[in-house]
Design a protein around this ligand. Structure first.
Ligand code: KIV
Length: 279
């Protein structure tokens, strides 16, 4: 049996688009999204049947060892976006707009978002924030750049939020989240990531929107889910939040394989006769 997980028949093997996001919400069919930062992993996750690939600015934490995402630059996101597009032909590739590439003004947002789309071949960008970012979203959409929003825990505001904290708790939080989500939807966002919030809050926000929500640490009632690939594969072993499910333990696999290699080289066992070319 194929390991491609249930590709929708009507979508077949054609490119997944922002219109498919809307159609999936209407049909009540979950949207599957995962991060990737390079062509190799992009081709693997696409072959596994994901609908959409997020080139997250988490790349600077996951691959470059930074403690926050704040240092990501437009050029870095373009580089990784291009690699992912090269590896994935069918999935909708969404590239994160990094900190300060869209907050300063809608004009800056269009300049940077336009560059990302033009230079990577991606199908959309993602940016963080609520009603305050609606003018930037509107300007991008008017310029032809599809935008995914991101609410709840927004990593680019980690200092303002006082750390990695669950959002949406307390009096008025639900109303504010719904207001922010509606502002993004009205500005033209085609989907909204909901990160780190109680499941009931995410469910209520989702029910108040016509565009799909994509949850991470936001419970099962969002219209889709996204996970950071390296976390779900167990490559980022120190990161173990309650919402994360590890589908593999590749960290241990990598250590085991490399230590077997080191042992065999030191023992003179590798390369063996079967790895040596005859003259
Ligand atoms: O940068 C990222 O990987 C993200 C996900 C956590 C949604 O924004």
């Amino acid at each position: 049996m194929s390991d491609v997980a249930n590709l929708s028949r009507s979508e077949g093997t054609r490119t997944f688009s922002v219109l498919d996001f809307a159609r999936r919400k209407k049909a009540g069919e979950p949207i599957v999204m995962v991060t990737a930062y390079d062509a190799l992993f992009a081709s693997l996750v696409e072959a596994a049947g994901v609908d959409s690939i997020l080139v997250g600015d988490s790349v600077v934490s996951v691959l470059a060892g930074e403690s926050t995402t704040l240092s990501a630059t437009v050029d870095q996101m373009i580089y990784h976006g291009r690699l992912v597009r090269r590896g994935a032909k069918r999935a909708l590739v969404v590239v994160d707009m990094p900190f300060l590439s869209y907050q300063v003004s809608p004009v800056e947002a269009v300049r940077n978002g336009g560059r990302i789309l033009k230079e990577t071949g991606a199908g959309a960008v993602k940016l963080e924030g609520g009603a305050d970012m609606a003018p930037a979203v509107e300007a991008l959409v008017k310029a032809g750049v599809p935008v995914m929003g991101h609410l709840g825990f927004t990593p680019q505001s980690v200092h303002q939020l006082g750390g990695h904290r669950v959002q949406g708790r307390g009096e008025g939080a639900l109303q504010k989240l719904v207001r922010d989500a509606r502002a993004l939807q009205d500005a033209g966002a085609f989907a909204i990531v909901l990160e780190l919030m109680p499941a009931l809050i995410a469910q209520r926000v989702t029910a108040n929107l016509s565009v799909p929500t994509i949850g991470i640490g936001a419970g099962p009632r969002c219209d889709g889910q996204v996970l950071v690939l390296h976390d779900m594969l167990g490559l980022n072993e120190g990161f173990n939040p309650g919402f994360l499910k590890r589908y593999a333990e590749l960290g241990g696999e990598v250590r085991g394989a490399v230590s077997r290699y080191a042992k065999e080289v030191r023992a003179g066992e590798f390369p063996g006769p079967e790895h040596v070319r005859k003259m």
